[in-house]
Design a protein around this ligand. Structure first.
Ligand SMILES: [Zn+2]
Ligand SMILES: [Zn+2]
Length: 239
């Protein structure tokens, strides 16, 4: 299984990096974790036909994480029709927000889509992929999710956008990859993680591999000093 980093930037385009999007390529499945505005172009740049996507999993409904969906929709409607409906799985409110976004950007009917609502701590199997969503501290009222994915004996933990939570300790145990947001270096934040906080907890994270993503300006400026691997757009991680 491979994970292709389509976008590891923050919401502000820092470092000229694409916004959130991670493509998981398994033997018989292709699925996305998050779908930022740049995801379709990055997927094409990586050489993948967007029709091959089985599922898009959304961590939360901020623009840099789901704002790329309308471009996939118009691609399916006007250029590359799919044989099967696309599955989109996200937190409560996903169907409404996605419809509103498409209505504002293009209008008209969506291509055939199966929406799956992910409830915190309720595991699901979607397109044969096991997913355990859990609530993370990022948004005040709406639900932001961390996602733990299991498929064909491999496990990926994705933090979504989140401040530190001890839930990462239990969910990261033995996973092949923990893809963890790290927006800041030492700036305190109630809704994003800093490198300093992560390092304070590093020994408690028993994942096989840790890669930092959603990198803000402060992180990019201090890249040389970091003792943890950072994602790059176009990077491919073998699991
Ligand atoms: Zn974000
Ligand atoms: Zn966010």
């Amino acid at each position: 299984m491979k994970l292709h980093i389509l976008g590891c930037g923050d919401a502000f385009g820092n470092g000229g990096r694409n916004q959130s999007g991670y493509l998981v390529e398994a033997e018989d499945r292709l699925f996305l974790l998050d779908c930022g505005p740049t995801s379709l172009l990055a997927m094409k740049r990586a050489g993948f036909d967007p029709r091959r996507l089985d599922v898009i999993f959304l961590s939360h409904l901020h623009g840099d994480h789901f704002g790329g969906l309308p471009f996939f929709f118009i691609s399916y409607l006007y250029e590359n029709p799919r044989d099967q409906p696309l599955s989109i799985a996200g937190p409560p409110g996903t169907s409404k927000r996605v419809n509103e976004l498409y209505g504002l950007m293009y209008g008209g009917d969506l291509p055939p889509i199966r929406f799956h609502i992910l409830q915190p701590d309720k595991s699901e199997i979607i397109a044969g992929i096991h997913i355990l969503p859990f609530r993370v501290p990022h948004q005040l009222h709406a639900i932001s999710l961390g996602l733990k994915i299991s498929y064909q004996g491999k496990q990926i933990l994705f933090s979504g956008d989140s401040a530190w939570t001890d839930l990462f300790i239990s969910h990261a145990r033995d996973v092949d990859l923990f893809l963890c947001e790290c927006s800041f270096y030492d700036q305190g934040s109630a809704n994003h993680l800093s490198y300093k906080t992560l390092q304070d907890n590093r020994s408690r994270l028993q994942c096989k591999k840790l890669v930092l993503t959603h990198l803000g300006e402060e992180m990019l400026l201090r890249r040389e000093e970091l003792e943890v691997a950072c994602a790059e757009d176009g990077m491919v991680i073998e699991l």
